[in-house]
Design a protein. Sequence first.
Length: 167
Amino acid sequence: MRYDRAAIAQGELWRLLTAHLTHLSLNHAILNLAALALTAYVSDGRIPLWHQSLCWLWLFAFTGVLLYLTSPDLSYYVGLSGALHGALIVAIAFSPYYSRLVRFGTLAVISAKIVWEQSPFYDDMANADFLGGRVETRAHLYGALAGVLWVAVLMAWKHYEQRQRQH
């Protein structure tokens, strides 16, 4: 189920999606489940299941495809954290439970974390012993981009619907 560049190149495209459901270790899975719980806590529970499912599919696909297209050095990848970065952005952006200041502050913290991870100052091997492998920070970046795009499209759609109702 893991992202395996050679297998994907041979047509096993499902790995672009299923890689997000596998993990390096139990510690890795527990951390991802904790982040998933945080995302569920922050999000609006009234969002229909079909919409949530479509969003997760988008986050998985976008992250997997971008890893494949832009990271030829990446042979293997597993983990939910890339898609989780996007899911947290979607959740906080539309959450009715937090002020605009808290939502923008959260987005700023996520953005700063991702910028730091892409810098030469970040050590992607710092948690390797605990997680069972290195952190793939490009997945965090791509997942966050997928989340931002999802938010932008939904906001544009809502704006369009409002304008249609006014006319």
